[in-house]
Design a protein around this ligand. Structure first.
Ligand code: MEV
Length: 321
């Protein structure tokens, strides 16, 4: 039996705009997806603990599965195309992050599955291959993914990402700060949010190209502030980024409310993260204030996580022979 894990993520700057080619910065958080794989008698069994779903498949992968489990079937096909034989096995998938909340749970589970399955064959996928194989799952889940969620789930740390290019590690000197991740509790579809922004960009490109260019500049400034460990500067940029996401229609009254409440409670800055229209808001907070701000958000009824910036990437956790 093998268990592999991969981290969830938050996008610090540049989500949505990254789909059309601007840069974005993502960091891995300390909530992980875990997939345990063991050999079985004659079928392939895929179980999701969070969704409470189970699929039993022939080795040909011909049987129908529920849409929620379809990404994992695509991951298996991609593994097969790379020469991994499809053997009967049972995979149990569990994620510590809330689902459909912008924390990259679908990418992290696909990455962890691909890594666990390839490790079961004694040949764990290397970074680039793991990215490619897990993208087969993400394309089924989201239609037009930029790849940023998979890149960060594979690599961990903090990355700068541009679609179609290998991710680069960012030098984030942020050990004096923590991230708060506040869940609005509203679930949303990444696919619909992404399509909505792309439609708006097409309809008003003469206006929107300036918004995209502003985000690219913002990412440039953010990289500089990260290297300098300039938390207050990063906080201000997060506030600007939230405003730009609001401008393209992916904020909601509740997300705005949470973002402002976080700032009022002492965060350096805050923004929605991921696809928006629900999901999570993140804030950068000085280490010594983090508990207090987190308690405040919890007292208002919001599920709140505290995370370091730049948690470790995908890894094989253990192997039982
Ligand atoms: C989702 O975590 C981030 C988006 O930019 C979509 C993508 O990049 O695939 C909204």
């Amino acid at each position: 039996m093998i268990e592999a894990s991969a981290p969830g993520k938050v996008i610090l700057f540049g989500e949505h705009f990254v789909v059309r080619g601007t840069r974005a910065i993502a960091t891995a958080v300390n909530l992980r997806a875990r997939v345990r794989v063991e050999r079985a008698e004659d079928k392939i069994v895929i179980e999701s603990k969070n969704l409470d779903l189970r699929a039993v498949l022939e080795r040909s992968l011909s049987s129908d599965v529920r849409a929620e489990l379809a990404p994992y079937v695509s991951v298996l096909r991609a593994l097969q195309e790379r020469g991994y034989s499809l053997v009967p096995h049972r995979a149990v998938i569990a994620s510590e992050m809330p689902l459909s909340a912008g924390l990259g749970s679908s990418a992290a589970t696909s990455v962890a599955y691909a890594l666990a399955y390839s490790a079961l064959h004694g040949d764990p996928l290397k970074e680039e291959e793991l990215f490619q194989v897990s993208m087969a799952g993400e394309r089924v889940a989201h239609g037009n993914p930029s790849g940023i969620d998979n890149a960060i789930a594979v690599r961990g740390g903090t990355i700068v990402y541009r679609r179609g290019e290998p991710p680069k590690g960012a030098n984030a000197r942020l050990s004096n700060f923590l991230l708060l991740v506040v869940n609005s509790g509203d679930m949303r579809s990444t696919k619909e949010a992404v399509e909505g922004v792309l439609r708006l960009a097409e309809r008003y490109w003469d206006v929107m190209e300036r918004v995209y260019a502003a985000v690219d500049r913002l990412v440039e400034r953010a990289l500089q502030f990260m290297e300098e460990g300039n938390g207050p500067g990063l906080g201000e940029l997060m506030n600007i980024n939230h405003g730009l996401l609001s401008a393209v229609g992916v904020s909601t009254t509740k997300l705005d409310l949470i973002a402002h409440e976080l700032r009022r409670a002492g965060a350096l800055g805050s923004k929605l993260t991921g696809a928006g229209r629900g999901g999570c808001v993140i804030a950068l907070v000085e280490k010594e204030r983090a508990e207090q701000v987190a308690r405040h958000m919890t007292s208002l009824g919001y599920e709140t996580y505290v995370s370091e910036v730049g948690a470790p990437g995908a890894r094989v956790e253990y192997i039982f022979k």
